[in-house]
Ligand binder design. Structure first.
Ligand code: 9UX
Length: 70
């Protein structure tokens, strides 16, 4: 398993962060926790199953923005 911290923008309430968390955790072998105040998703994933690009797509597909680097 690999770990990734993904910056997520556009979340304004706790339901937003729950939505993002659910979208990520729906993917196979993904364990994600999304923090609303830090605007970060902490994700453990199996690189053999899921790519970082697919993780980003799960977030942007439901209307939030992924921040690249910082
Ligand atoms: Mo809260 Mo987020 O009412 O898309 S769910 S703003």
């Amino acid at each position: 398993m690999k770990h990734l911290e993904i910056g997520v923008e556009g979340m304004t309430c706790a339901s937003c962060s729950s939505r993002v968390e659910r979208a990520l955790n729906r993917l196979p072998r993904v364990q994600a926790t999304v923090n609303l105040s830090t605007e970060r998703a902490a994700v453990d994933f199996d690189p053999g199953q899921i790519s970082p690009k697919e993780l980003s797509a799960a977030i942007t597909d439901i209307g939030y923005q992924v921040v690249v680097a910082s």
